[in-house]
Design a protein around this ligand. Structure first.
Ligand code: C2E
Ligand code: MG
Ligand code: MG
Ligand code: MG
Length: 285
């Protein structure tokens, strides 16, 4: 067993190991080889500034193109990568690929926008900052075009070490976003201690924002709080014009969701970036 990031890993398998454990074991084994076999892909989803009608960023989302099981969602292998410690290498691959891709698009003359990458809490080792800084240097991407998404629970673990890593990277010009904001057990005082540029309102609030009064109240309060703290706000999981209306009325102008575009393979995303989001798509009145 690897030392890093192990949570509950047992070395012994009982004879009555069931089918799902077998499946898991084979997935685990395949995950070990996925990197060298080049089976990971990044999809990109645009982030739209609705007041300007432009793409202002993109989130890089990993997929695993498995030779037999097809395209596997990160929800089905990131937890396994975390348990086995493979998240370190996979996470580095994600940062490198996203930086190289963004730089390549910039060099092609496409709009310069930020790429956001999701970081697992397990990636917060003393090597995280040096590794990301080395990748930025290698890719020659201006650090302000890389944003790192972390969750509230990451901020709650090893607070001092995490804080110094975040400060170091922030000083180097990178931005940090809190993903799935509002779903963790968070202490709002973290927003004061950590250099956070952006809060991403979790899609569970956005989903029912027009029908559930408490989701509406929470969403409104999160937006207002972000504004008064001078933190950017972005709504995730935007699917309908009614949600866009609500968010716009509450002064949240940056949005991400299927309404605008699903996450796309790089090739398709570059076309979207070149063409822009159509004006018709974002007029709400
Ligand atoms: P997340 O970072 O919160 O990403 C947003 C998820 O919501 C993505 O799912 C995206 O496809 C989905 N989504 C976007 N717009 C909509 C919408 O309008 N409606 C609905 N229903 N869903 C929408 P995805 O790509 O399956 O990723 C799931 C999660 O896996 C991510 O949630 C993130 O936590 C994790 N993940 C993805 N890529 C990476 C990665 O490279 N590293 C790590 N550590 N985690 C990753
Ligand atoms: Mg995210
Ligand atoms: Mg999220
Ligand atoms: Mg998430």
């Amino acid at each position: 067993a690897k030392e890093l990031g192990i949570k509950n890993s047992y070395q012994f398998f009982s004879p009555e190991m069931n089918a799902s454990a077998m499946q898991r074991l084979s997935l685990d084994n395949a995950l070990h080889h996925a990197l060298e076999r080049n089976e990971f892909l990044l999809f990109y989803q645009p982030q739209i500034d609705i007041s300007k009608g432009t793409i202002v960023g993109m989130e890089a989302l990993i997929r695993w193109q498995h030779p037999e099981h097809g395209l596997i969602s990160p929800l089905n292998f990131i937890p396994l990568a975390e348990e086995t410690g493979l998240i370190i290498e996979i996470g580095e691959w994600v940062v490198r690929t996203a930086c190289l891709q963004n730089k390549a698009w910039q060099d092609m003359g496409l709009p310069h926008v930020q790429v956001s990458v999701n970081l697992s809490g397990f990636q917060f080792t003393p090597n995280l900052a040096p590794s990301i800084l080395a990748i930025l240097k290698e890719s020659r991407l201006d650090p302000r075009y890389l944003e790192l998404e972390i969750t509230e629970s990451t901020l709650m673990q090893n607070t001092e070490a995490t804080l110094s890593t975040i400060k170091l990277l922030n000083d180097a010009g990178l931005n940090f976003a809190i993903d799935d904001f509002g779903t963790g057990y968070s202490s709002l005082s973290y927003l004061k201690r950590f250099p956070i540029s952006t809060l991403k309102i979790d899609q569970s609030f956005v989903r029912d924002v027009t029908t559930d009064p408490s989701d509406a109240a929470l969403t409104g309060a999160i937006i207002a709080m972000a504004h008064s703290l001078n933190i950017n706000i972005i709504a995730e999981g935007v699917e309908t014009i009614e949600q866009i209306d609500f968010l716009t009325r509450h002064h949240c102008n940056t949005m991400q969701g299927y309404y605008f575009s699903k996450p796309l393979p790089a090739e398709q995303f570059s076309r979207l970036l070149a063409e822009g989001i159509s004006q018709k798509q974002i007029h709400t009145h």
